[in-house]
Every structure is written in structure tokens, then in C-alpha cells.
Design a protein around this ligand. Structure first.
Ligand SMILES: *[C@@H]1O[C@H](CO)[C@@H](O)[C@H](O)[C@H]1NC(C)=O
Length: 202
């Protein structure tokens, strides 16, 4: 009899509580209609190995993530957020450098000045898009997070590419080299965002 009762309790647990917990897990954060993915956790090293196709990217990844995380096992949203912050910081440094080149009279030609201007437009767009990615990551990739993340980092990459197109005639410009580095940081952030799974459907 006791054994039967235990079995009944086990069945109850399996058939009722687990689905209930799964529902709570999927719907819990953010309340109401938002759905949240089950975000995997890993070390910076594992995240970097998972996303990096080249040695250069892997080193950039480790440099970017390890300074904050060390060997800690963290949700991939945290690793992605670190890279997004790194990209935003590097955009800010590039915009500051471009501004001081312009203000210091280091860009005398009008056409090159115009290219700098177009580049700054691209950076403005990338900054807006990647700031939204940062917000989505802070929300744990819930709701339309995965699609939102993708739209955001795609726009970030487009902003970087827009800058480069304008600078193609000025490959010796310090801005050109900085833009390539910033694009790599943006790509790193995008790759790490791709580790965030889509929320479960329905
Ligand atoms: C950007 O990344 C590519 C490939 O990962 C690398 O070959 C290139 O040197 C990097 N450029 C800069 C400026 O960091």
C-alpha cells in the first residue's frame, strides 16, 4: 500500500509537476506572454572555442571575455553582453579618434571629410543597434529575443560595413584600420549572441 502511494506520488510528479515547472520556466521571467530560452552556461574558453573559426578570432574572444569572467561558468547571455559592451566601447573610442582627427585639421580634403562623416553615420547606427542587443541580452533573450538579437547585430555589422565602404579610397587613414578592428569586435559579439537559443515555441 505504501509502495503504491509512493508510485502514485511519483506519477503525479512526472505527469503534473514537471510540465507545470516547464511552463513556469518558459513563462516566468518578464511575466505574461514573454517566452524565455533555457540559456546554457559555459566558461569563456568554451564559448570562444564554440564560436571562433580562426585563431585571430579566438584570441580576440579570449582577450575580451576572460578579463571579466576568468574561468567562471556563466550564462552565454553574459558572455555575449561582455562582447557587446566591448564593441560599444570600441565604437566610442573610434568616434573620439575621428573627431579629434577632424578637429585637429588632420583631414584637409573635403572628400575625405565627407567619408569620415558617412563613417560616423554608420557608427551611430551600429551604436543604436548594439545598445538594443545589450538590452535584449540583459532581459535574458526572452520574448522575441533571438530574432531581436539577430536583427540587432546584423544592423551593427551593416553600420561597420557602411563606414568601410566610404573609406575604401582612404586605406591609409587611421580610421580604416580602427574600423576593421571594430568590425571584428562586432562580429565576435554576433557570434556569441548566436549561442543564445531561441525561446521555446508556444
Ligand atoms: C579581423 O579578423 C580577421 C579574421 O579573424 C583577421 O584576419 C584580421 O587581422 C582582423 N583585423 C583586425 C584589424 O583586427
Amino acid at each position: 500500500m505504501a509502495k503504491a502511494a509512493r508510485t502514485t506520488r511519483s506519477l503525479l510528479f512526472v505527469s503534473v509537476l514537471i510540465p507545470l515547472l516547464a511552463t513556469l520556466g518558459a513563462d516566468g521571467v518578464g511575466g505574461g506572454s514573454s517566452r524565455c530560452p533555457l540559456v546554457p552556461s559555459m566558461t569563456a574558453q568554451s564559448a570562444c572555442s564554440a564560436v571562433s573559426g580562426t585563431r585571430h578570432m579566438r584570441e580576440l574572444c579570449l582577450r575580451t571575455l576572460r578579463s571579466g569572467a576568468g574561468a567562471a561558468v556563466l550564462p552565454v547571455t553574459r558572455h555575449a553582453a561582455t562582447a557587446v559592451r566591448g564593441a560599444l566601447d570600441s565604437y566610442a573610442a573610434t568616434v573620439a579618434a575621428a573627431t579629434s582627427l577632424l578637429d585637429g585639421g588632420a583631414v584637409p580634403a573635403d572628400a575625405e571629410k565627407a567619408a569620415f562623416g558617412d563613417c560616423m553615420v554608420g557608427y551611430g547606427r551600429a551604436r543604436g543597434a548594439m545598445s538594443r542587443v545589450a538590452d535584449d541580452l540583459a532581459a535574458g533573450g526572452c520574448g522575441d529575443g533571438a530574432a531581436g538579437l539577430k536583427a540587432g547585430y546584423t544592423a551593427g555589422l551593416r553600420g561597420m560595413d557602411g563606414c568601410r565602404r566610404g573609406l575604401l579610397n582612404y586605406p591609409a587613414s587611421p580610421l580604416y584600420a580602427r574600423n576593421l578592428a571594430d568590425r571584428n569586435m562586432t562580429l565576435l559579439a554576433a557570434l556569441l549572441c548566436s549561442l543564445v537559443p531561441a525561446p521555446p515555441s508556444a
